[in-house]
Design a protein around this ligand. Structure first.
Ligand code: PLP
Length: 586
């Protein structure tokens, strides 16, 4: 006679927390072993770290039969989990199994704490196997898929997205949280940092988090069951859940940690695109794309014999929605666009673009590198297929980024990196792969960075993405008005209502590099060059621009410092050598 759920609860709750994990292990000792011939490949449960064979069968041929479950594993901890499942489900009718709140059992036994996320995937695999049989046998059942012992895997809803919406942002108080911005430099100045479009600075809490991980519990992820490993896994899953909530992904399983935007766009182009884009198909991008969302599609088009097409732009640098159907047709497989242009600042109408792409039968891929840090992003409302962004532009570390995909898109995309952690089964000649997100996380993750990325995103959520956006929009208006008064200064891109917090400009006769030297002398830190958008700069008829990009920590005083430094450059540098051609972007 096997143990019952009530008996398990009683014994478990009597134990010291240190002995509880040992108890879960010991629970499996009495589980009958499968004979070798019973360990059939068709009964293997996918998603498990260890081998698990599970069979669930009806014990009578009624409309709602009782179900018998037998299972075995080569890992003792899994045998413990099997014992819990059998105790909970055994002897119940199919309809009862479907309705049974199995997560309550997992919660009471604290499985979230005692088993790793990958084990939870395996447990979920067993639950799914039992449920699918129960659903099959009980036609009237309504399925509520439970999730294996993890709050981090709970679906997120719009209501759970934290945002301090209407609170105005106190930029001085925000700046005070950034050690790099409050330091006094060797020349006695404080930095006026206006290059957040390249990389944002990090608040103290993100720096502290990286340090905490390194100093207190660093270990590899999804590998060790010792306490450091377990803590790392928890922290990573918590970070994943924070990111999912921030962009309102339906589930944290739709969030994969990647090296950054560039790597992720390559993963999509060659993981999804190589499979679905064929000779003669069209890929549509825009001339305003960063090379990261340009070159992978260009190369994919060449490889597949597809055509790379460019959505027409208006003279002021927006996608010309009225002319979009000239290129977005039933031959289009992918529309790849940036949420916000990193040079023009243009905010693209993603929801409308997603609708138009889907109407044409294409998917939409969004390079969110410049939009996610500044604009509220709700992937479900926008209905985008893939969205990617980088950690270092959202106040987080370098070396980590995010791949979001609709569940179906992630399922159909192939991985482009193969190796450890991303597999399900590996044989001498064939391998099968894990479910997303593990499928896209081959090898060792940037663990510390991925955890600290969650801290950065939580920091943004606490400030409120709406508050950040409103603050930056105010700075954009002020800066646009102030810089427009400077004679000979041209700002590229559309009017402020169509833009994010980026101003790219040139001053007649003044090369951006010469200007940068003077600005730096004033500790006004901007970027100049083509900003990885050569085709756009060619269309603008200039080789380089100066770019000031704003973040939550910038103040009106920063803008005045920029304007004064530009004015000084104009009055001190001999001009006339650098004459920009007058080009539009259309
Ligand atoms: N896309 C846009 C719009 C960008 O601004 C950038 C970086 O500046 C990238 C992609 C590339 O991001 P990463 O260098 O983090 O891969």
């Amino acid at each position: 006679m096997l143990i019952t759920t009530e008996e398990i609860f009683e014994e478990f709750e009597d134990l010291d927390p240190r002995d509880q994990s040992q108890y879960l292990l010991e629970l499996g000792y009495d589980l009958p072993d499968f004979k070798p011939e019973e360990k059939r490949d068709c009964d293997l449960v996918s998603g498990c770290q260890s081998q698990v064979w599970l069979r669930a069968s009806a014990v009578d041929d009624s409309d709602d039969p009782a179900i018998d479950i037998v299972a075995d594993s080569d890992a003792q901890i899994v045998r413990g989990l099997i014992t819990i499942l059998i105790a909970a489900y055994s002897g119940r009718r199919a309809s009862e199994i479907v309705a049974y709140p199995i997560t309550d059992v997992f919660d009471r036994l604290n499985l979230r704490q005692y088993i790793s996320p990958q084990r939870r995937n395996g447990l979920q695999g067993m639950v799914d196997r039992i449920l699918s049989l129960a659903v099959e046998l009980s036609a009237s059942a309504v399925v509520m898929t439970p999730t294996a012992g993890s709050h981090a895997e709970e679906p997120t809803t719009a209501a759970t997205v934290t945002s301090a919406d209407h609170r105005p942002l106190d930029a001085d108080a925000v700046k005070a949280q950034f050690p790099v911005l409050t330091q006094t430099l060797e020349d006695g100045l404080q930095p006026v940092f206006l290059d957040s479009g390249a990389s944002a600075q990090k608040p103290q809490c993100v720096i502290d988090k990286e340090r905490e991980v390194e100093e207190q519990y660093f270990a590899n992820a999804y590998r060790g069951r010792y306490r450091f490993g377990a803590r790392i896994d928890e922290e990573l899953e918590a970070s994943r859940a924070i990111i999912a909530r921030f962009i309102n992904a339906a589930s944290p399983t739709q969030i994969a940690f990647t090296p950054g935007t560039t790597a992720t766009l390559n993963m999509i182009a060659f993981g999804w695109g190589r499979k679905f884009v064929h000779a003669g198909d069209d890929i549509v991008i825009t001339m305003m794309e960063h090379h990261a969302n340009f070159v992978p599609w260009q190369q994919l088009a060449k490889e597949r014999g597809a055509h790379l097409k460019f959505a027409p732009l208006t003279e002021d640098g927006r996608i010309d929605m009225e002319r979009l159907s000239e290129v977005l047709t039933d031959r289009t497989k992918v529309l790849a666009v940036s949420g916000t242009s990193n040079v023009l600042g243009t905010n693209n109408p993603l929801k409308e673009l997603a609708r138009r792409a889907h109407d044409a039968g294409a998917i939409i891929v969004v390079d969110g590198a410049q939009s996610v840090p500044h604009l509220p992003t709700d992937v479900q409302d926008l209905d985008v297929d893939f969205l990617v962004f980088s950690g270092h532009k959202v106040y987080g570390p370098t070396g980590v980024g995010v791949l979001y995909g609709k569940a179906d898109r992630l399922e159909e995309a192939d991985p482009i990196l193969f190796g450890g952690h991303m597999i399900d089964q590996v044989g001498p000649h064939e391998s099968t792969f894990a479910q997303a997100p593990a499928k896209f996380e081959a090898g060792t993750l940037p663990i510390v960075q991925a955890i600290a990325l969650g801290t950065a995103i939580q920091w943004m959520s606490d400030l409120g993405i709406d508050a950040i956006h409103n603050h930056e929009q105010k700075l954009l208006e002020i800066a646009t008005a102030r810089l427009s008064q400077i004679p000979g200064l041209t700002i590229y891109g559309p009017a402020t209502e169509h833009k994010g917090a980026i101003i790219s400009f040139r001053v007649d006769g003044l090369h951006p590099e010469d200007l940068a030297i003077v600005l730096d002398r004033h500790a006004v830190l901007t970027r100049h060059g083509n900003h990885c958008t050569m085709p756009l700069h060619q269309a603008l008829g200039v080789s380089a621009t100066t770019r000031a990009s704003f973040a939550a920590y910038n103040t009106e005083a920063d803008i005045e410092s920029l304007a004064l430094a530009i004015e000084e450059a104009i009055s001190t540098i001999p001009r006339g050598r650098d004459v920009a051609a007058d080009g539009g972007v259309g």
